[in-house]
Design a binder for this molecule. Structure first.
Ligand code: ZN
Length: 238
């Protein structure tokens, strides 16, 4: 493995031909699997926030650590649509927990068959039990074999709570998106005369009106540090 200061080989899996995949794989047998959702995130953020955030962070991580970024999975359970008494039932796709579990299991199996040493699964959507299902399947798969290590995590699990707390369409997520995909956020669509709420605005967590691309950049730096450490620790254990 090369150090982060060198220019590690990385790429978007679906865009590469076999020779290029193998050249990257030989140096960095790591797959990054962004796992997102298509889900209402208020009027101020795109419905693919969870997917774009996970994908953007996986690309930045691959640029530092090397490896292959697998296309984002847009299949989520437990989205906004299922929250009782919520007004925003449009613009969220909600799949069954059974499908999610099967999909996670088969993605892990398929990527292990490709002989990746690490599959870094980044969950942009942490609705529950969606997030626990992916983590459970990762744990089960790790217990069943030892050649491939599945990591299943989320950006807030890798960053101190002093920096970002788990949230929905609030300060944390929105700042990340302003950093990775600035055209997918419009803060002027947030209410100006009251604090945004879950019921009215799909916002859960610190006030998104304070979001900025600079904050997103700082959160991303913290994420990259935590993620690189987790990958290094995982490789060292195996
Ligand atoms: Zn989200």
């Amino acid at each position: 493995m090369s150090s982060p200061s060198t220019n590690p080989a990385w790429g978007l899996y679906e865009r590469l031909m076999p020779t290029e995949i193998e050249a990257i794989f030989d140096q960095h047998p790591i797959a990054y699997l962004p796992w997102g959702a298509l889900e209402y995130h208020g009027k101020h953020a795109s419905v693919g926030l969870d997917s774009l955030k996970a994908q953007g962070l996986c690309v930045k991580l691959a640029q530092q650590a090397g490896g292959l970024v697998i296309p984002t999975v847009n299949v989520a359970a437990n989205t906004m649509k299922t929250v009782p008494d919520i007004k925003h039932t449009r613009h969220s796709l909600n799949f069954s927990e059974e499908l999610l579990r099967l999909l996670a299991k088969e993605y892990f199996e398929q990527l292990a068959e490709e002989k990746f040493r690490i599959v870094f699964t980044l969950c942009g959507h942490v609705g529950q039990p969606h997030y626990d299902i992916i983590k459970e399947e990762a744990k089960k798969f790790n217990q069943s074999q030892s050649s491939t290590r599945i990591i299943a995590t989320s950006e807030t699990d890798l960053i101190s709570e002093d920096i970002v707390v788990v949230n929905h369409a609030a300060l944390g997520e929105v700042s990340f998106l302003m950093h990775t995909d600035p055209d997918c956020v419009d803060l002027s669509r947030l209410p100006q005369d009251r604090v945004p709420t879950l019921e009215d605005d799909a916002v859960w967590g610190p006030d998104p009106r304070e979001s900025s691309a600079d904050k997103g950049r700082a959160y991303t730096e913290a994420f990259l540090e935590g993620a690189q450490k987790l990958i290094a620790d995982t490789l060292a254990q195996n």
